[in-house]
Design a protein around this ligand. Structure first.
Ligand code: A2P
Length: 277
C-alpha cells in the first residue's frame, strides 16, 4: 500500500522536514538497501542514518534503487566524535555523502555531544559552515541536553533540529520546552519505545481498538500530533506501511494526555554526559 507522503515541518532555513520518516539502526548495508527502497515506495521521504550505523552505502543503494528524484527526499546522517571540529565536520560530510551517493545532505547532525572532548560547539559550527556553502541544508544535534544546546546558542548557532530518545514512557518535557523556546524542532529516536512493552499497554491498546488502528500507529500519532518528528525503524513491509499511515485520524487533547501519563521520567534515558561515540 502506498501512503501519501507525510506532512512536513518548516525549518528556519527553508527546508521542509517530514513529520514521519524511517530510522535505519541497526540495519546492515544489505538490509538497509532493501528497507529504504521499500520505504520510499511506500511513501517515506525522510530517511535517517548515521556514520555509526555503518549502513550509509546500503541506504544510498536503496535510494538509487528506488529511482526517486534527489530533491524529493530528505536525507539525514550523523557523525562521530572523531570529527568534532571545523575540518572534521567537512571530512565527515565528504565521507557520508560519498557513501550515500549524494552531493548534498539535508540535515547533518552531531551524533553525541561527548562533553569530555569539549569540541561539540566546533562540530556544530563546522556544520553551519557547510550550510553556508550549500552542501548541507540544516544544522542538527543529537542527544544534546539543554546545557549543551545553551553553549551552542552562546556561540551564535541555533541548531534547527535536536534528535533525542523520546516516547510515551520518556516524554522529555524539559528538553522539549527548551527546544520550543529556541525554535528547535524535536525529533524522536526509538519513538516506539521498543525496550518497554509500550505497544501492549493501555491506553495505547484501547485507543488502537477505538480508532481501528495498530498500537504503533497510536504511538506515532501521539508524536506527530505534538509536532515531534518520529523515525521508527521496521524491516517489515507491512509495518513500514502501517507506520506512515497515521495522517487520517486525530487523537483528542485528553487522549494525548492519557498517553503522556505513561511517562516514567528520565531514569531510562541514555546519559549523554557519560555515553557517546
Ligand atoms: P521490526 O523491525 O521487526 O518491525 P524504534 O524505531 O522505535 O526503535 O522501534 C523499532 C522496533 O519496533 C523494532 O524492533 C521493530 O521491529 C519494531 N516495530 C516497528 N514498527 C512496528 C509496528 N508497526 N508494530 C510493532 N512493532 C514495530
Amino acid at each position: 500500500m502506498i501512503s501519501k507522503p507525510a506532512p512536513t515541518v518548516p525549518l528556519r532555513n527553508g527546508a521542509d522536514l517530514p513529520l514521519l520518516g524511517l530510522g535505519t539502526w541497526p540495519l546492515n548495508d544489505a538490509e538497509a538497501a532493501d528497507t529504504v527502497a521499500t520505504a520510499i515506495d511506500a511513501g517515506y521521504r525522510l530517511i535517517d542514518t548515521a556514520e555509526n550505523y555503518r549502513n550509509e552505502a546500503g541506504v544510498g543503494e536503496g535510494i538509487h534503487r528506488s529511482g526517486i528524484e534527489r530533491n524529493e527526499l530528505f536525507l539525514t546522517t550523523k557523525f562521530n566524535k572523531e570529527w568534532h571540529g571545523h575540518d572534521g565536520a567537512r571530512r565527515a560530510f565528504s565521507n557520508s555523502s560519498r557513501l550515500l551517493g549524494v552531493d548534498y545532505i539535508d540535515l547533518l547532525l552531531v551524533h553525541w555531544p561527548n562533553p569530555d572532548e569539549g569540541r561539540y560547539v566546533e562540530a556544530v559550527e563546522g556544520i553551519a559552515a557547510l550550510v553556508d556553502e550549500g552542501l548541507v541544508r540544516a544544522v542538527g544535534t543529537s542527544n544534546f541536553k539543554p546545557s549543551h544546546l545553551q553553549r551552542v546558542l552562546d556561540a551564535g548557532v541555533i541548531p534547527e533540529v535536536n534528535q533525542i530518545q523520546l516516547d510515551p514512557r520518556r516524554t522529555r518535557q524539559d528538553v522539549r520546552a527548551f527546544h520550543a523556546r529556541h525554535s528547535i524542532v524535536t525529533e524522536a529516536w526509538s519513538p516506539l519505545g521498543p525496550r518497554s512493552n509500550l505497544l501492549e499497554m493501555p491506553p495505547i491498546t484501547s485507543l488502537a481498538e477505538q480508532y481501528g488502528k495498530f498500537p504503533a500507529q497510536i504511538v506515532l500519532r501521539w508524536h506527530v500530533q505534538q509536532g515531534v518528528v518520529a523515525i521508527p525503524k521496521s524491516s517489515h513491509p507491512g509495518r513500514l506501511s502501517q507506520n506512515i499511515d497515521i495522517f487520517d485520524f486525530e487523537l483528542t487533547p485528553r487522549e494525548l494526555d492519557s498517553i503522556s501519563a505513561l511517562d516514567t521520567g528520565e531514569s531510562e534515558i541514555t546519559d549523554s554526559d557519560i555515553f557517546g561515540h
